[in-house]
Write a protein that binds this ligand. Sequence first.
Ligand SMILES: [Mg+2]
Length: 350
Amino acid sequence: MARAVLRFAAMDLPISRPFRISRGEKSVATNVLIEVEAEGVVGRGEAAPNPRYGQSQATALGALETFDLPPRAELFDLPPILDAFRAHAPGESAAHAGLQSALWDWTGRRLGRSVRDLFGIRGSAVPPSSWTISIDSPDQVVDRVHEARDWPLYKVKLGGGEADEAAIRALREATSRPFRVDANEAWSEVEAREKIDWLATLGCELVEQPLPAADLDAMARLRERSPLPLIADEAACGKASLAELARAYHGLNVKLMKTGGLKEAIRLVHDARRSGMEVMLGCFVESGLGIAAAATLLPLARWADLDGAALLRQDPFEGCTIRGGEAQLSGAPGLGVHPRRSLDLGPSPN
Ligand SMILES: [Mg+2]
């Protein structure tokens, strides 16, 4: 068997407009592209490291640079490779997810089957994704809604204070379509209680991460009386147990970058359901490569939020399309996406 090769490179993705949430603003997603190659087949995956979880492009690249594929690694045999990477860099869940996606992509291409097929995930009905409107002035919110007319629903990022009401009023004047809210941990308990009650009167579907992730007791009080489903995102990253989360939230936002990849995400979806929670499938700002990996799991989710690649100035990958909010995979082998132009990641550093 030909020796397996691991390659990777920084992948900086300019965002169409500065993307603002309660924690700050960014105009470029600093992600990492990962490739594995053997037997003339290349598999690709994307890592979107997030500073909220102690990760960056530099830490992800550093973990990959100092990682050697186990001797005689066979890419079909994923667990020893992924176990070795996790032991080598336990905090790098995004890099782990990207490496895992590359391995599944390779396996699917080698076998001529899609990754969704390899996992035995059936069903063509998928929940529509929301279009994300980052924190902005009321005029800008209206512009964003008009630009995204073909999206069936919106997710509005809020950051606390009176600007929240102004943004939602502007949205409601511009569209009667359903919307969701993501406070990214910005609210206090009192503020959350008032705002959730108000949002429920306006056709809001759900509220994501109203309070800081660590405030599980306050969240449990909020959940008791909330007229809207409350979804854990920052809180759902492996620190709190599922029993603790189920007491405080109605659902989880499952992202490959937090779970460490596809296999762990599938396990979390099933465990969350068993704990009485519903599942949203989410993403960070990622290219069509990362979105294709997440979209593999779409039939398992109640809600979806996979607009990451639509926020980019240009998506370097094609094959995963999103129309009318519905992310569709090409069905081609592996993750079913390919680069728009040839990529040169250079020789293997290993
Ligand atoms: Mg969120």
